[in-house]
Write a protein that binds this ligand. Sequence first.
Ligand SMILES: O=C([O-])[C@@H](O)[C@@H](O)[C@H](O)[C@@H](O)C(=O)[O-]
Ligand SMILES: [Mg+2]
Length: 431
Amino acid sequence: MTAGLDLTVTGVRLTPILVADPPLLNTQGVHQPYTPRLIVEVVTDGGITGYGETYGDTKYLELARPLAGKLTGRRVTDLNGLFALDVAVDASRVEDAVDVGGLRGVQTADKLRLSVLSAFEVACLDALGKALGLPVHALLGGKVRDAVEYSAYLFYKWGAHPLGVAGEKDDWGAALDPAGVVEQARGFTERHGFTSFKLKGGVFPPEEEIAAVRALAAAFPGHPLRLDPNGAWSVETSVRVARELGDVLEYLEDPVLGTPAMAEVAARTDVPLATNMCVTTFAEIKEAFTEDAVQVVLSDHHYWGGLRNTQHLAALCAAFGVGVSMHSNTHLGISLAAMTHVAATVPDLHHACDSHYPWQSEDVLTERLVFDGGRIAVSDAPGLGVELDRDRLAFLHRRWAEDDGRLRDRDDVAAMRVAEPGWTAPATPRW
Ligand SMILES: O=C([O-])[C@@H](O)[C@@H](O)[C@H](O)[C@@H](O)C(=O)[O-]
Ligand SMILES: [Mg+2]
């Protein structure tokens, strides 16, 4: 241990919050007006606090509480010990085959555990970095770039949440056709300088989404484009879309569900396939890489189990000649900072990372992270380089505490049902 520093964890604060989310559409339904996140603070004997963030649905919270108890008394340097911590996972929480309708891939007890531990790992690294006066990237071996590139994450969206649904207003307007998608993309470039674009698909019939990507290609010639229908298509549809958009797509993301189907599509197209759905755990790598089912893995450091596991994943991908980049789900600045630190250390990062951050008008930081030319500068300040705004945290926590339970677990299907009574999760393949 560093002389004069006591890095023993004396307490862990867990703060569940609800943050505003616009009415973004995906193949399952629509985002609820508020989405749950969990903010983790690890406090050391030396008075240092490290921050972490992860998914905030009830099952993550249930597991975070006992894990927080077990972390207390250990050192923030003991990350290997942290990942050996075990707590029983309520089987009913992982009994479905997939998580959030498949949007986060397979659901297992270990993945749930890792999704929680990742926030503790980030918080420990933040505390350690602050104690040593070193940025998190330095603790991970050091940055190989000074800024990390992100792509604009375009969504079909309504202008507002359905009538009668309480929620925050956003200034993005509706995007329900090619012209709307292009206008949204222009907004992203004007506000944040992004130069590559990902469209969340699986919302409208493939012809309409092909037209939207074509419109993007015409408006932004030569810029990298991706389309991600979250497994809503059949193999035949996927092959057809790949054929029709092959000249403009950087990659096609999760056109079909499952590794065997991805392998079939991959065998029939030259368009690279990316995934954050069929390879979301180390156990899923062997089959996918052996079958050449995916050409880019999008790591989500939350469910892969933190920043060091993300580096391990990147090394495996490099060994197999598979690309790596970052997946994103609704997240705040703590996670964006964590993503940026780890992405800065990955040598073979050849695709702009995803980030939902521009959609989040609310944050728990005193200063929001800023995209400049679509990039986030890698902080050299100690730890993650971000500061918590306690008033905002308290405000967002109050919203969570006052919720009647309907928003504490993400449910895009239920949110869609408000506008379309009778809506159920679409059977796949949808097209
Ligand atoms: O937020 C959404 O609607 C996305 O569809 C998200 O849930 C996915 O996990 C994700 O962004 C993706 O790349 O598939
Ligand atoms: Mg995806």
